[in-house]
Write a protein that binds this ligand. Structure first.
Ligand SMILES: C[S@@+](CC[C@H](N)C(=O)[O-])C[C@H]1O[C@@H](n2cnc3c(N)ncnc32)[C@H](O)[C@@H]1O
Length: 418
C-alpha cells in the first residue's frame, strides 16, 4: 500500500467517532441519555468508546450494529481501524482504493529552498533551532547512521519552548508519525533508530515503525516516573524502541555489563552454582531490560532546569551499540543536548534540532569536559564482570572472582592427572 494512502486512512481516524457514526450530538446530554437507554449501553461506556476511539466488541457491538444497520466491518472502517483482514483487502484492491481517494490526498508541502541558519557548531556537529518537522526535510535521504528521539510525552508539561504538550491522543500520534516518517527517510539502510517514550505511546509508535522498519527490541528501562496510581500497576519503566532499516543493522556491538552484586558486602545476588567458570570475565550479555540507567535528578548533573534530561549513560550505551567513530547521529528533540554531548565526546558526527531555547546546549558544550569525565567513570564500570572496586572488595571478602575460579579449576585438573 502506498504511503499517501496510509496517510489518508490515518487522518480519517481522527475525524470519525462513534457518536458521529451513531449520528448523535454529544453536546445534547438529554438525547445521549435517551439513546443510551434505547440501545441498552450505559452512557459511561458510550463515552469511553467515543473518547478512546476503541472499536466496541461483544454484545455492545451487536447492539450498535443492530441500531445503525451497519456491519462490524463498516463500523471499523468508519472509525479508521484497520485490522489484518482489512489490510489484506486494501492491499489486494489498492488500485481501486487509490482511485477513490486520489483527489483527497494531502499534497506534500515542498520544502523551503534555503536550509535554516545554524544555532551552534562544534568540532563534530551542528545544532539548528526550530521545528524538526520543518527542518528535517533539509536532511538528505539515507544519510544518518543512528537516530535517537526523545519527544515530549504529551503529559501537559510546561516546556521552555511553550509547545502544546496536551494534544488529543489522535493528534499526538499523528504528529509522532510525521516526524517518524522523516526519520525513516533520512536513516541509512542498516542504520538504527531508538525511540524513547512512555509504554502507552510507544505501542502506537511500534505499530507505525513496523510498517517500514525491522523490529529489534522493546527495551524496558527501569526508571520510576510517577507516583503509584490507584487501580493501576506502578509505572516503573520507560519503553525504548529499537528498530533498524533493512534486514539487519550495519553496526551492532553492545557493551557487556558487570554482574550485579550486593552494594554492601559485594556478594552475589544470584546463585551461579557450578556455572561460575563459564562466566565471561568481560561481563554479562546485555539484555532488553536495563536496570542500571539512573534518572538525572541530582543538581550536579543537570544541564537545564526542569525534568526530561536523560542520562549520558543511556546515550553512551545506544551510541556505542549501533555506531562507530565518524558515523552520524541525529536527534530531533535536543532538550539539554545529551545526545549531542555524548556524540561529540565519542567522536561521532551529529545533527541536532531544538525548538526551544538552545543556550543550555551551547553552555553544556563550553563545559564538555564535565560530561567527558562522567562518561569516563561510567565506562570504567562496564565490559568487565567485576569492575576494579568490586573486584578488590570481593578479594578482600574472600568471594570468588574469575581468577580464583580458574585457579581452582587448574588445581583440580592437575590433581586428577596424577
Ligand atoms: C523530552 S525533551 C528531550 C530531552 C533530551 N533527550 C535530553 O536528554 O535533554 C524534548 C525536547 O523536544 C523539544 N521539542 C518539542 N517539539 C519539538 C519540535 N517540533 N521540534 C524540535 N524540538 C521539539 C522540546 O522543547 C524539548 O526540549
Amino acid at each position: 500500500m502506498e504511503e499517501k494512502e496510509l496517510g489518508l486512512t490515518l487522518k480519517a481516524a481522527g475525524i470519525n467517532s462513534l457518536f458521529n457514526i451513531l449520528k448523535i450530538d454529544k453536546s445534547d446530554r438529554f438525547s445521549l441519555l435517551r439513546f443510551a437507554r434505547i440501545i441498552g449501553i450505559s452512557l459511561k461506556k458510550l463515552n469511553y468508546y467515543e473518547n478512546s476511539k476503541k472499536m466496541p466488541s461483544g454484545v455492545d457491538l451487536e447492539k450498535i450494529c443492530e441500531a445503525t444497520g451497519l456491519s462490524p466491518t463498516q463500523i471499523m472502517l468508519k472509525l479508521g481501524i484497520i485490522d489484518y483482514n482489512l489490510k489484506t483487502l486494501i492491499e489486494n484492491n489498492s488500485e481501486k482504493v487509490f482511485r477513490i481517494v486520489e483527489s483527497q490526498i494531502n499534497k506534500e508541502k515542498p520544502k523551503a529552498s534555503l536550509p535554516p541558519p545554524m544555532a551552534y557548531e562544534s568540532k563534530s556537529g551542528t545544532l539548528y533551532q526550530g521545528d524538526c518537522l520543518e527542518l528535517m526535510p533539509h536532511i538528505d535521504s539515507d544519510s544518518i547512521d543512528l537516530i535517537f528521539a526523545d519527544p515530549p510525552f504529551n503529559l501537559n508539561k510546561i516546556y521552555p519552548s511553550n509547545i502544546d504538550d496536551n494534544l488529543k491522543s489522535d493528534q499526538y500520534i499523528k504528529w509522532c508519525e510525521e516526524w517518524a516518517k522523516q526519520c525513516i527517510r533520512i536513516l541509512k539502510p542498516g542504520g538504527s533508530i531508538f525511540v524513547w517514550n512512555l509504554p502507552k505511546w510507544n505501542t502506537f509508535m511500534a505499530a507505525y515503525l513496523n510498517t517500514q522498519l525491522t523490529f529489534r527490541h522493546w527495551i524496558s528501562v527501569d526508571i520510576k516516573y510517577s507516583l503509584p496510581i490507584r487501580g493501576r500497576l506502578y509505572p516503573s519503566h520507560y519503553a525504548l524502541l529499537y528498530y533498524c532499516k533493512g534486514e539487519k543493522p550495519a553496526k551492532f556491538h553492545p557493551d557487556r555489563l558487570p554482574m550485579s552484586v550486593c552494594p554492601h558486602c559485594f556478594g552475589d545476588l544470584k546463585d551461579y552454582g557450578g556455572y561460575k567458570d563459564k562466566m565471561n570475565p568481560n561481563g554479562i550479555n546485555m539484555s532488553d531490560v536495563w536496570l542500571d540507567i539512573p534518572p538525572v535528578r541530582h543538581k550536579k548533573y543537570k544541564k537545564r532546569n526542569g525534568a526530561n534530561e536523560l542520562s549520558v549513560k543511556l546515550l553512551d550505551r545506544i551510541i556505542e551499540m549501533s555506531t562507530d567513530e565518524g558515523d552520524t547521529v541525529f536527534d530531533p528533540f535536543g532538550g539539554s543536548g545529551t545526545t549531542y554531548a555524548v556524540s561529540e565526546i565519542k567522536n561521532r558526527k551529529w545533527i541536532g534540532i531544538e525548538i526551544g531555547p538552545v543556550e543550555d546546549i551551547i553552555n553544556r558544550f563550553k563545559n564538555i569536559e564535565d560530561d567527558a569525565e562522567n562518561l569516563n567513570q561510567i565506562r570504567k564500570g562496564i565490559n568487565s564482570l567485576f569492575p576494579e572496586k568490586t573486584l578488590q572488595r570481593r578479594i578482600k571478602n574472600g568471594l570468588w572472582t574469575p581468577e580464583s575460579v580458574n585457579r581452582k579449576k587448574q588445581k583440580y585438573s592437575t590433581k586428577s592427572n596424577y
